[in-house]
Write a protein that binds this ligand. Structure first.
Ligand SMILES: Cc1cc2nc3c(=O)[nH]c(=O)nc-3n(C[C@H](O)[C@H](O)[C@H](O)COP(=O)(O)O)c2cc1C
Length: 353
């Protein structure tokens, strides 16, 4: 099978298969394993400090000399309403107490959210060849700085309108993220009502509308789904959930096992963990926050408040109080090394001819 196309040429990779950036799950080891196999690993650094960003990049570089992408979050930094934030945290503490979870509350006065703008110069300095982002369109100056340094930029769209917006902004490759996708929706133009277009409908409509290469994301789990995405007009695919169960993933055991035992109906879209819509396997925390009927603060405030609960839950391998981000095809995930998962995806696609 001939895998060469415009996308593999631009990204300088052998196979047009991108391991999705997954903050909280992806490790430098996962990124390097995929890049070493000839795909494109993606290192997520959204919400992280400049120092941590550089540290993770350098760690990844120790493990691979192949190209990999670094993934940013393009959202604005919100002002923090202290009384509202404290009131929210009180409600979250009640939930944690109900489940006897021992965790450290956030000092609301000390909350600081980093912007992607603090990371751009590090990516240029580290000679990162590909930068992807979600939750918006990065600013013109950052696009210019990256392009002037030969960086290929990938943006995320959940509707044709968002894809056109990214195209007009000069973004080189568009990831079309269908509603099946695990993790946060990349939506940034119309989140009320949330675009809920499936990968099968979104990919051909974006591919027809814009000239740039399209990556299909959402439900890519095996050779059949890769083949289908390519037939629909994508030049490549971005798979996330397929790597959540990998040996190199940070997902705790109960999370990995939940993937394998999940039904097609088990994932839900929820704002309970971060305030932004995201897809994961339904659990107690989702249900509890749902019942509170809260007004969600702008992202990432709630994400910051739930972080200590999630991390305490992960320490005790408690899947009920942490994020179980996964797409609608979660049960098709493999619990294997990332390189084996990657090779299986490629081999299955090749068998289909
Ligand atoms: C655990 C998890 C974390 C994610 N974190 C990010 C992230 O940090 N940045 C990003 O652009 N997308 C993130 N996503 C979304 C993926 O990029 C991608 O759109 C999605 O995984 C594709 O659908 P699939 O899970 O069905 O393969 C995440 C997805 C998952 C499952």
């Amino acid at each position: 099978m001939n895998w060469n196309n415009e996308l593999t040429r631009i990204l300088k990779i052998k196979y047009p298969l991108v391991q999705a950036p997954m903050l909280g799950v992806t490790t430098p080891e996962m990124v390097a394993a995929v890049s070493n196999e000839g795909g494109l690993g993606s290192l997520p650094v959204g919400l992280l400090s400049a120092g941590k960003t550089r540290e993770l990049i350098q760690k990844t570089k120790e493990l691979t000399s192949k190209p990999f992408a670094v993934n940013l979050f393009a959202h604005d930094i919100p002002a923090i309403d202290i009384p509202q934030t404290e009131a929210l945290q009180n409600k979250l503490s009640d939930i944690a107490q109900e489940y006897s979870l021992n965790y450290q509350r956030v000092d609301v006065n000390l909350i600081h959210h980093y912007s992607y703008q603090e990371q751009i110069e590090i990516l240029i300095d580290e000679k990162i060849p590909v930068v992807s982002f979600t939750f918006g369109l990065i600013d013109e100056n950052s696009i210019r700085r990256l392009h002037d340094n030969g960086v290929i930029i990938i943006g995320t769209a959940t509707s044709v309108r968002e894809a056109v917006h990214l195209d007009n902004g000069g973004i080189d490759i568009i990831t079309a993220q269908g509603i099946e996708a695990g993790g946060h929706r990349g939506t940034f133009l119309d989140d009320e009502p949330l675009p809920q277009i499936g990968t099968f409908s979104l990919v051909p409509q974006i591919a027809d509308k814009i000239k740039r290469p399209v990556l299909a994301a959402g439900g890519i789990m095996d050779g059949r789904t890769i083949k289908a995405a390519l037939i629909l007009g994508a030049q490549g695919v971005q798979a996330g959930t397929a790597f959540v169960g990998s040996d190199e993933s940070l997902a705790v055991n109960s999370y990995k096992n939940a993937l394998k035992t999940s039904l097609d109906t088990d994932t839900v879209l929820t704002r309970a963990f971060s305030g932004r819509w995201a897809r994961g396997i339904r659990n107690a925390f989702h249900d509890q926050v749902q019942q509170l009927n809260i007004t969600y603060p702008p992202y990432p405030i709630l994400n910051t408040l739930t972080a200590p609960i999630r991390s305490a839950a992960q320490k005790s391998d408690n899947k009920e109080l942490t994020t179980l981000w996964a797409g609608q095809s979660a049960a098709m995930a493999m619990l294997k090394p990332s390189a084996e998962i990657f090779r299986a995806l490629i081999a299955e696609t090749e068998r289909l001819g």
